[in-house]
Design a protein around this ligand. Structure first.
Ligand SMILES: C[S@@+](CC[C@H](N)C(=O)[O-])C[C@H]1O[C@@H](n2cnc3c(N)ncnc32)[C@H](O)[C@@H]1O
Length: 298
């Protein structure tokens, strides 16, 4: 490796995270931009391969070569790239279309060939683990904006009956695959395709309640009636719809990755609840952008 400073940054960042790579978890942020003194660069391990993401439109050959010297298959994506574009293969063996990684002993189906997202948002690791520890067998969990359903997998691993809700059939099918990958029968769980706002109103009308509800909406979206939802202004509306479907003694996890809101302003939206904020995982050393709040009611 030709640049000793770069070598030092990479090896220091890897060393810091050694304890996280314990055989139970292979999905880890290895370099977090400025937090590891490498601004504009995020390196993540997806178990069988590494993904380097850059805010800039190119990756320097020096950094590419330094990372390749670790011998792992290496892929690259631009953080501003189009949502449909998949990462570019840079070094080592090409990974199959689908492969699996581990989070706290649970298997996750991953892909570097299915567009911009790889099948899991690893910044939610601690929240999934907390949910898994909180739920009791037979309790019900509604996982809204579920993506590939990994909150559901964590809860189901503890014996919960889960409902996985997303707009995308592709992601719901992916969630079913995640159940199968972990030896769990998707037939023991529920999958709802459609708009979260619509389903929450519908569940409330049916008096259907859940012990846990997970909310992790996109920063900006429109509901089924075309009404705009903005995290910074409208989260309380989503929260109130969720409260109407919450079983007595139940909990809501409300999250946002919107960088334009502080944790204090985020929490101000949730009136009448007892709130506990949970920090991001330790491998995320740059700005703490993910705000997560567990809400209980007395
Ligand atoms: C940021 S991801 C959620 C990540 C997920 N909570 C996790 O940790 O794995 C957003 C997801 O919300 C879904 N989505 C967007 N708008 C939606 C809506 N109105 N109703 C239901 N799902 C929606 C998208 O298809 C996507 O899968």
């Amino acid at each position: 490796m030709s640049n000793p400073r770069l070598h030092e940054i990479i090896s220091r960042s890897l060393q810091k995270r050694e304890s996280l790579q314990n055989g139970e978890t292979s999905l880890i942020r290895l370099i977090d931009g400025q937090g590891d003194t490498l601004p504009g660069h995020i390196l993540e391990s997806y178990g069988k391969g590494w993904l380097i993401s850059t805010t800039g439109s190119s990756l320097s050959p020096e950094i590419r070569d330094a990372l390749s010297s670790y011998g792992k298959p290496l892929y690259w994506k631009r953080l501003d790239q189009h949502q449909k574009e998949s990462p570019v293969h840079l070094y080592g063996e090409e990974l199959p279309e689908f492969f699996s990684g581990l989070e706290n002993g649970l298997k996750c189906r991953l892909s570097f060939k299915s567009g911009y997202s790889q099948g899991i948002f690893i910044d939610q690791r601690n929240n999934r683990d907390a949910l898994r520890k909180m739920v009791s067998p037979g309790q019900t969990v509604l996982n809204t904006f579920a993506y590939t359903g990994f909150f559901s997998i964590a809860a189901a691993a503890a014996g919960a009956v889960t409902s996985t809700l997303d707009l995308s059939q592709v992601y719901l099918d992916w969630a079913r695959e995640n159940f199968l990958l972990n030896g769990m029968n998707p037939g023991d769980h529920y999958f709802c395709k459609g708009d979260t706002f619509h389903w929450l109103r519908r569940f409330a009308k049916q008096n259907r309640t859940f012990d846990y509800i997970i909310l992790d909406p996109p920063t900006f979206s429109r509901d089924d009636k075309g009404k705009v939802f903005r995290v910074e202004k409208d989260y309380n509306r989503l929260f109130d719809l969720a409260i109407a479907c919450l079983a007595p003694g139940g909990r809501i996890l409300a999250c946002t990755n919107f960088r334009g809101i502080s944790i204090d302003d985020f929490m101000k939206q949730f009136k009448g609840a007892h709130l506990t904020a949970s920090p991001m995982p330790k491998d995320f050393t740059d700005t703490s952008y993910l705000k997560s709040v567990w809400a209980t009611f007395t």
